[in-house]
Ligand binder design. Structure first.
Ligand SMILES: Cc1ncc(COP(=O)(O)O)c(C=O)c1O
Length: 369
């Protein structure tokens, strides 16, 4: 476990200590409301988060993985269909595609931002392609104008996976406001994190809104009557109440993340570490502060000895994992993705990290590189 002086890559206990009164009041208000499932808090949070993102409808659900599966179901994507995405992402982006019976088709990433290389998307389209899932990875948006232009020309749907990009923007638009249906996760580590699991789907279409509402609730439109086959994928009322209190603070979380990134940027400039690049027209929210170095594994091991814990997101590209590898994607198929997987790692990043802790991380890194 290490000791109290250790610097974790992520932690919520300091944040909880400072927000405890609000969080506990929110939990208590749910318990006292007499309504534990799909009550006033889920309803209010759906609208409040949709407003924050500049989207008409928000549909809460149980996690970010099922949000993607339900979005694919709502778009009638399933067996025999292909969905274009990246291999450099969290497992759930891909597991959701496979869960609905569709085939993930991977394109390589841009070596500067580690995001989907939008110049590679068009050549991955086949007659079976139905959808593109750009992943706004690490806190930064994919070039959505290009994605939407390709989608329009080829009559494809787009689902933004925004699990790592709450509050990120692209040309003034929030992540989640630039596709048919977007999905997000409120997993505790996220920029807007619950105290347990949670997720949401966002859309500007009233039709998709009502389909998604049915899909997350046994396919039911009214009590005890299913009009379509559905699932149980509800957002919990307690998590919704907590998320409402945290949503009021989201801009301060993002500002603090950007402040920490700025300290890292300034103090690590000129070292042999490759620092993250904020692409033009975008606000990076630094869900993760991802750096790159050929000697990564040694750096991680040495800093661990000093009580500083770093993380690798992600050490194995999904197309090379046992669960998802296939004859289509042998080693070497996605060169930028595979090269990055050997060298990238993330530094501690969360709003309650102090300047002193950030400086300690920098100092220890500089002694090594
Ligand atoms: C990019 C991405 N997509 C999807 C998910 C799935 O979210 P959840 O863990 O809430 O199912 C995550 C979170 O882990 C993620 O990082």
């Amino acid at each position: 476990m290490g000791n109290n002086n250790d610097i974790r890559v992520w932690g919520y206990l300091k944040e909880f200590a400072s927000e405890k009164d609000d969080i506990m009041r929110a939990v208590e208000s749910v318990f006292e409301s007499g309504m534990l499932i799909l009550g006033e808090n889920v309803k209010a949070f759906e609208q409040e988060y949709a407003n924050y993102c500049g989207v008409d409808y928000g549909i809460g659900c149980d996690n970010g993985t099922n949000a993607i599966s339900l979005a694919l179901h709502a778009l009638n994507i399933g067996a025999g269909d292909e969905v274009i995405t990246v291999s450099n992402t969290a497992i759930p982006t891909v597991s959701a595609i496979v869960s609905v019976g569709a085939k993930p088709v991977f394109v390589d990433i841009d070596s500067d931002t580690y995001l989907m290389d939008v110049t590679k998307v068009e050549q991955a389209i086949t007659p079976r392609t139905r959808c593109i899932i750009p992943v706004h990875l690490f806190g930064q948006c994919v070039d959505m104008d290009t994605i939407n232009d390709i989608a329009k020309r080829h009559h494809l749907h787009v689902i933004e996976d925004c699990a790592q990009a709450h509050g990120a923007t692209y040309k003034g638009k929030k992540a989640g406001a630039m596709s048919d249906i977007s999905t997000t996760s409120f997993y505790p580590t996220k920029v807007l994190g619950a105290y347990g699991d949670g997720g949401m789907m966002l859309t500007n279409s009233g039709n998709f809104d009502s389909i998604l509402r049915r899909l997350r609730f046994y396919g039911a439109e009214k009590t005890y009557y299913a009009s379509t086959h559905g699932y149980n994928s509800r957002l919990d009322e307690v998590q919704a109440a907590i998320l409402r209190t945290k949503l009021r603070r989201i801009e301060s979380y993002i500002n603090r993340r950007r402040e920490i990134a700025q300290i890292y940027n300034e103090q690590l400039a000129g070292t042999s570490l490759v620092l993250p690049k904020e692409a033009s027209w975008r606000r990076h929210v630094y869900y993760l502060y991802v750096v790159r170095h050929p000697n990564r594994d040694n750096i991680i091991a040495q800093l661990k000895e000093k009580g500083i814990h770093l993380n690798i997101s992600y050490p194995t590209p999904i197309h090379l994992m046992e669960a998802y590898n296939s004859n289509d994607y042998r080693k070497g198929a996605l060169p930028q993705t595979e090269a990055a997987a050997h060298e990238i790692f993330s530094l501690p990043m969360y709003p309650s990290l102090t300047d002193e802790e950030v400086t300690r991380v920098v100092k220890s890194l500089k002694e090594l590189i």
